[in-house]
Design a protein around this ligand. Structure first.
Ligand code: ZN
Length: 492
């Protein structure tokens, strides 16, 4: 037995004692298992988010104006969860979708503070005229004969596609059938402050002021609380809407909290007429009747005095500067350097495509920076950084939405645009703001994210069909030309 046991033990040693090579292999396997387990543990420890943007130069536009090289952004539930270095974000977060922004610029989505989006269908219809002639001889008649809900939907889709393609993620609008505009905007995944126009003459969607006010009430109720749409009230201007109606709209805004979108002091003639008819300028008149406050978004404001700028600042009125539209209609040059000096919430807008003729904020930034240098004979006013600020965080202030949008900051809504940095027109670059304002073009926009959702990836629109949009727009072109009396329609 003893010997037998010894024989067994010896066999056991033969079979069970590992050779050095086997030991090494086993250790390696153990190590692999351990490292796989710890990787899984680390993955589990990571916070799961919806989307990560990694790499690239992140231009935050936060209060410190941080610019992060090789940055990263984590997005969850439509909001920005964290902004940091790509390595930091990688260590802390895992996501179903990762957008690689290496070699590109990551910026807050651009904000178009003033437009009339369906007017894309009137692009180039009547150019090189002053505002009164342009409005009364062409735009108002063309609108009277053509604007229907379908027209508005087609024009809105065209404008939305153009804006998303050029990196705009929020726009402020004023037009008719604004409920249809809100519907198209929501479907395209775009953000909008959308104002139903109220004007003291019969228009396409409402024939009387009572009808218009009832429409506005329904519209506000329907969209209140929507993540993308801020419904607004849009009295056209102090010269097209009576004092009583302006006061009624201010009261409705007080009751609902809805913004008031309007045009103020667009031309010298408007100011002169106001002084003649009301004894004072449009700004002072609107203040006298108690219309102005920190829910008003005023487009243009080309002709305020220095005192009126101070008044607008103290009341918290948002201002939207539209340099290209003002230049094209020769309306004048808004005193933007003074507005910036007094730190007014002043943003940038394209105005409608009929008076611009595009919806690109890149052109507005470039024009704003250059126009004011020329007119004030001072190359230091409206720097590239200030122009970029007007299209982002200061533009958000103009829309009274600076807590939600306008910068890449934790907690804000995830509206982000990724722009190429290596196109010929950007090569080489030395200063990021100079590159973005003076060199980058709408075509350099690569990817667009709104409320955490990718709506354009690698220059391909994901929520709108460009081919259908162009076919629909050309169909309207024929109809519009015929409506203005033409017997034949020239080739497009
Ligand atoms: Zn306008």
């Amino acid at each position: 037995m003893c010997c037998g046991r010894a024989a067994i033990d010896s066999d056991w040693r033969e079979t069970n004692l590992m050779k050095p090579l086997e030991i090494q292999q086993s250790l390696l396997i153990l190590l692999l298992i351990f490292s796989a387990a710890s990787t899984t543990m680390a993955q589990k420890r990571k916070n799961i988010v919806d989307l990560i943007i990694r790499g690239g130069t992140v231009v935050t536009m936060d209060s410190e104006r941080r610019v992060l090289e090789n940055g990263g952004v984590a997005i969850k539930g439509g909001r920005l969860v964290e902004i940091g270095s790509a390595a930091d974000i990688d260590r802390k977060y895992a996501a179903r979708e990762v957008v690689n922004a290496a070699g590109k610029v990551v910026i807050p989505g651009l904000i178009n503070g003033h437009t009339h989006v369906p007017m894309t269908l009137f692009r180039g219809l009547a150019d090189d005229l002053d505002l009164q002639e342009w409005l009364t001889k062409y735009i108002f008649p063309a609108e009277a004969k053509n604007v229907t809900e379908d027209f508005v939907r087609v024009g809105t889709r065209l404008g939305l596609a153009e804006m998303i393609r050029s990196g705009t993620t929020t726009y402020c609008d004023m037009y008719y059938f604004e409920d249809a505009i809100a519907d198209e905007t929501f479907k395209a995944g775009m953000r909008g402050v959308l104002g139903e126009t109220v004007i003291d003459f019969p228009v396409a969607d409402n024939k009387t002021n009572a009808e218009a006010m009832a429409y506005v009430e329904r519209f506000l109720k329907k969209w209140q609380g929507n993540a993308l749409i801020v419904p607004a009230i849009a009295p056209h201007a102090p010269y097209t809407v009576s004092e009583d109606h302006l006061k009624a709209m201010r009261a409705l805004s007080d009751r609902t909290g809805a913004p008031l979108v309007t045009h103020i002091s667009e031309t010298k003639r408007e100011v002169d007429d106001s002084i003649k008819a009301k004894g004072t300028s449009p700004v002072n008149y609107l203040n006298r009747i108690g219309f102005l406050n920190n829910r008003v978004i005023a487009a243009h404001v080309v002709w305020p005095t220095v005192e009126e700028i101070g008044l607008l600042k103290s009341l918290g009125v948002g201002i939207v500067h539209n340099p290209q539209s003002n230049m094209k209609l020769a309306s004048g040059v808004a005193p933007v350097p003074e507005m910036l000096k007094q730190d007014l919430p002043v943003g940038l807008g394209t105005d409608g495509a009929a008076s611009n003729n595009d919806l690109s904020l890149w052109e507005e930034m470039d024009t704003a920076a250059k126009l004011h240098k020329l007119i004030s004979n001072d190359p230091k006013v409206v720097s590239a950084e200030e122009a970029f600020e007007m299209a982002t965080i200061r533009g958000a202030r103009a829309l009274h939405m600076e807590k939600e949008i306008g910068s890449i900051e934790k907690g804000k809504r995830a509206d982000i645009v990724i722009v190429d940095l290596d196109d010929l027109n950007q090569t080489p670059y030395y200063n990021i703001y100079s590159d973005l304002v003076y060199a980058a073009k709408a075509g350099d926009v690569h990817t667009v994210i709104i409320e955490g959702r990718v709506v354009m990836r690698d220059r391909r629109l994901l929520t709108l069909n460009e081919e259908t949009i162009k076919v629909d727009a050309r169909r309207y072109r024929e109809r519009i030309i015929r409506s203005l009396g033409a017997k034949t329609v020239p080739e497009d």
